[in-house]
Design a protein around this ligand. Structure first.
Ligand SMILES: NC(=O)c1ccc[n+]([C@@H]2O[C@H](COP(=O)([O-])OP(=O)(O)OC[C@H]3O[C@@H](n4cnc5c(N)ncnc54)[C@H](O)[C@@H]3O)[C@@H](O)[C@H]2O)c1
Length: 258
């Protein structure tokens, strides 16, 4: 039987893909900082990662570090996580948020594009999780949340197409299978599947007209906000969610069943 390891007062959350100013990751980093976490932002855009960490660190008076790394590259991730481990308190939580969209129709999709989408959205989640899990397993405590999408469940229908949907469907199987392996070490692994959220990933900042179009069929009559997704991420990474694992949380305003 396992026992519950309490959260240390000083603890770090690593967020991949949290550099973009209008992205979900950035909102999640801000929310988690407000709850006292030390923040590590790992993003391919090193400059923005450092700037975001500096701003969050000073606004929220927490330790924060921004590191440039490509999640699809194991050596780059290893360097970044080593830097984070050396500079910040123990890593208790990981949010796998780095991702790219892919609006290309199936018959137009090249093998190169397919591989790139999978390399970042799926392989990146594997690489970062495996690297961060070493410490979590040792300390017998960890929380991992990875981001799938309603595109995985409904087969696209918002912006991205087959390659993206398939890569995000992979996240759900990854989550369930990994949760099975690491539960005995006190590590929970969950996924969230957002519907359309007001960020820049769907081909740039959404106009009011596009948001209105996207809102059709959504029970709540609007697209979601970054802050709403950030709140769910913070809950699943928090101390109180220790008995939630292998789950995929829908956050889509009801679009999944409408
Ligand atoms: N916005 C939505 O409607 C929506 C819905 C469902 C799922 N998602 C997922 O949420 C996640 C965050 O998306 P967002 O909407 O905040 O978009 P975003 O474009 O603002 O954020 C994506 C971030 O990932 C980073 N990134 C891209 N490639 C990377 C790499 N190789 N290594 C490290 N970092 C990399 C980018 O620099 C950026 O900061 C993505 O995985 C996306 O697929 C978004």
């Amino acid at each position: 039987m396992t026992s519950i390891t309490p959260f240390p007062t000083e603890r770090t959350v690593v967020l991949t893909g949290a550099a973009s100013a209008r992205g979900i990751g950035r909102a999640a980093a801000d929310r988690l900082a407000s709850e006292g976490w030390s923040i590590a932002i790992l993003d391919i855009n090193a400059e923005d990662a450092k700037a975001a960490a500096a701003e969050i660190g000073s606004n929220r008076a927490v330790k924060a570090l921004g590191v440039g790394a490509d999640v699809s590259d194991a050596a780059s991730v290893d360097r970044a996580i080593t830097e984070i481990e050396d500079a910040l308190p123990p890593i208790v939580a990981l949010a796998n948020l780095a991702g790219i969209s892919s609006p290309t129709t199936f018959m137009e999709t090249t093998v190169e594009e397919w591989d790139k989408v999978f390399a970042i959205n799926m392989r990146g989640t594997f690489i970062v999780s495996q690297r961060v899990l070493k410490g979590m397993i040792e300390r017998k405590l960890g929380r991992i949340v990875s981001i799938s999408s309603i595109s995985a469940q409904r087969g696209g229908g918002t912006y991205s197409k087959v390659a993206y949907s398939a890569s995000k469907a992979g996240i759900i199987g990854f989550t369930r299978a990994l949760a099975r392996e690491v539960g005995e070490f006190g590590v929970t692994v969950n996924a969230i599947a957002p519907g359309p959220i007001d960020t820049d990933i769907m081909g740039g900042t959404l106009s009011e007209e596009r948001k209105a179009q996207m809102s059709e069929g959504i029970m709540m009559g609007r697209v979601g906000t970054r802050e709403e997704v950030a709140a769910l991420i913070a809950f699943l990474l928090g101390q109180d969610s220790g008995y939630i694992t292998a789950a995929t949380y829908d956050i889509n305003g009801g679009l999944q069943v409408s």
